[in-house]
Design a protein around this ligand. Structure first.
Ligand code: PMP
Length: 285
């Protein structure tokens, strides 16, 4: 898909404009220094899913990356509802992004102003045609909060993920599983990871991952159903002995893992249960 060909209306700096006219200058600070923050929000049956949670995270990401938005969360919500209506979106994806203008070409951003852009398009799922996906363990490590404001969903945090996704695809895998700087399991290039073993679910601590909104929803479902979920630091041998592995994220929802490198996972019970529960939540909106 060529995203530059999307038609319809976007929102750029206080105006609804035609998608083809939503352009910025090539000497843009965030393009050169990767300083933008963004969100990915799903629209199901014309309604944005978990909108407030995403906009709260966006606002927190702005604080961490020293960006300001002069719109409140309620104002951004209204704009999003207008975009859904204007573009007649039923099942889609919303991408708000806050970035800097062109008033600096150095790390000094004291004169830069923040800009807001919101795009929307029809979209189903990231791994749309696959019931399960394969992972390979990547070489580059995920940074942690000693090096980077890891709680911010910022463009800068994806550099290692881009390289590892590229390498994984070249090797014939769907995605890469990344480790933290101490070789504990972290997350995939754009999703959180869980595994099921001895009737318990396991997932990594949040020091070097994005604490995904879907991750939090899955943990809530597990709690409500009295299924123990252990959050900790785990080496790769722990996941290699699991019965089931799955990933979570807004764009992919919940997807089972067929293999990590040569280790295959054939069971599906927990993934099917969680997918069903997630569908129930979606139908409540
Ligand atoms: N980790 C990373 C690195 C991500 O990019 C995403 C997608 N936002 C996630 C995890 C999953 O987060 P969420 O469930 O909030 O989409």
């Amino acid at each position: 898909m060529d995203y530059s060909k999307i038609r319809g209306y976007f929102f750029l700096n206080n105006k609804y404009i035609k998608a083809s006219k939503a352009n910025i200058h090539i000497l843009n600070h965030s393009l050169h220094f990767s300083g933008s923050v963004f969100e990915g929000i799903r629209v199901y049956s014309g309604v944005p899913f978990l909108l407030k949670k995403h906009l709260k995270r966006l606002s927190h990401s702005c604080d961490l990356m020293k960006l300001d938005i002069d719109l409140s969360i309620d104002e951004i919500s209204k704009i999003i509802f207008t975009l859904i209506k204007k573009n007649k979106i039923k099942d889609g994806y919303i991408r708000p992004i806050i970035f800097r203008d062109s008033k600096s070409m150095s790390p000094d951003v004291s004169r830069c102003e923040s800009q807001i852009f919101i795009a929307i398009w029809n979209w189903k799922l990231l791994f749309e045609n696959k019931s399960k996906i394969s992972l390979t363990i990547g070489k580059l490590k995920k940074m942690d909060q000693r090096f980077f404001p890891i709680k911010a969903k910022t463009s800068g945090s994806y550099q290692g993920s881009i390289i590892e996704k590229y390498n994984a695809t070249l090797k014939g895998f769907d995605d890469a599983l990344m480790l933290d700087s101490n070789n504990n399991i972290a997350e995939t290039t754009a999703c959180n990871i869980f595994w099921y073993k001895n009737k318990k679910v396991f997932t990594p601590k949040t020091h070097s991952i994005l604490n995904g909104i879907t991750r939090q929803i899955v943990m809530k479902i597990l709690k409500q159903n009295k299924i123990e979920c252990i959050v900790g630091n785990f080496k790769r041998s722990h996941i290699m002995n699991a019965d089931e592995v799955f990933i979570t994220g807004t764009a992919s929802e919940i997807v089972g893992i067929s293999k990590i490198d040569e280790k295959k996972y054939t069971k599906n019970n927990m993934v099917i249960f969680l997918k069903d529960e997630f569908e129930k939540l979606k139908s409540l909106i």
